[in-house]
Design a binder for this molecule. Structure first.
Ligand code: ASP
Length: 339
């Protein structure tokens, strides 16, 4: 943990293998805490954590709040509908208000890419000791979701020791609305860093060809990729082809609120061609785990039967793992403040 260098968590492109290991190990420790007796650890007593969500959220926000409570932090939540946003206040001024009240960590979600980073840059320039954790920004990034996906998958492959090596050489399919998915972008950094080969699968309108270059250029703002050997990214337009040899499948919601136009007209056809159902899963070489970041649209990107099949569906694990993963992230950011 002493090697942890991140004051903010905005994106995973700057994460080293050591960083992934640290998060997975700490998550595992929090996950293994006894379920009986007091569930609270005193680790963040006296710290103030604020959720600044300018966009709706069910899972991310409530699991961060629960994670903060489990670490005994004080937690404050901002709600756009009842705030001064409607009076024209900017996200930065809103953030400044909460920092003036003493926030140590701001978890920021916004519909526009880059807002958490702009807020972080401002506080760095003014030498404020607050950490920014990106809770999802536009199409850009959703690092805590990718880290909980990573924990869930590495734990699935080796529950005794969830670690990045568990994914080396594995083939992971991500299927659906890739274009509008910040979760996929963060997962691409995390999965390829651990040596997994990712096959992206979707129709042309939701999966542009240039995704193949996603992790080939050095991450923006960095001269060098911290990962020496990343897994490969390939693209497939056919679900049958994508699922051959696969070890795990991620499926994604059609993120209509992030689409500038309606890119799909026939949802039944979409489900037939790209939906994850027991019929299409027969293309897989064996029973493989299915993940989904939520919220789910049953019968479109995933069938109810798959979603409710505990022998393959890891969605419940993703949600329950989100608490120890987010405890780990809050803990690491709070500790970085002491350095
Ligand atoms: N909950 C995820 C996100 O915030 C995925 C989604 O919205 O479909 O990006």
């Amino acid at each position: 943990m002493s090697n942890w260098k991140h004051k903010h968590i905005l994106d995973l492109s700057s994460f080293s293998l050591e960083d992934y290991k640290t998060v997975l190990e700490l998550t595992n420790r929090f996950k293994l805490l006894p379920k009986s007796g007091s569930r609270k650890l005193p680790a963040l007593q006296g710290r103030l954590i604020t959720t600044l969500f300018f966009e709706p959220s069910t899972r991310t926000r409530s699991s961060f709040e629960l994670a903060a409570k489990r670490l005994s932090a004080d937690i404050q939540s901002f709600s756009p509908s009842t705030s001064a946003l409607s009076k024209g206040e900017t996200p930065l001024d809103t953030a400044l208000t909460y920092v003036a009240m003493g926030a140590d960590i701001l978890i920021v979600r916004h519909a526009s890419a880059g807002v958490p980073e702009q807020i972080a840059n401002f506080f760095d320039k003014t030498q404020k000791q607050v950490s920014i954790l990106n809770g999802g920004d536009g199409l850009h990034s959703h690092p805590s979701q990718a880290l909980l996906d990573l924990y869930t998958l590495t734990h699935f492959f080796n529950s005794k020791k969830p670690s990045p090596e568990n994914l080396a050489g594995k083939r992971i399919a991500i299927v659906g609305d890739i274009l509008h998915s910040r979760v996929t972008r963060s997962n691409l950094w995390a999965l390829t860093a651990c040596g997994a080969n990712v096959v992206l699968c979707g129709p042309n309108t939701l999966l542009p060809e240039d995704f193949i270059n996603f992790s080939r250029k050095p991450p923006s703002g960095q001269t060098k990729d911290p990962i020496k050997h990343r897994g490969e990214i390939t693209i497939s337009r056919s679900l049958k082809e994508a699922l051959i040899d696969v070890d795990a499948v991620f499926t994604l919601r059609l993120q209509k609120e992030r689409m500038s136009e309606n890119l799909l007209t026939n949802l039944e056809r979409y489900h037939r061609e790209f939906g994850i159902n027991h019929e299409n899963l027969k293309y897989c070489p064996r029973k493989v785990p299915v993940l989904h970041p939520g919220p789910v649209n049953r019968g479109i990107e995933i069938s109810s039967e798959v979603l409710d099949d505990p022998s393959i569906c890891l969605v419940e694990d993703q949600v329950s793992n989100s608490i120890p993963v987010r405890m780990a992230l809050l803990y690491l950011l709070a500790a970085s403040k002491n350095n």
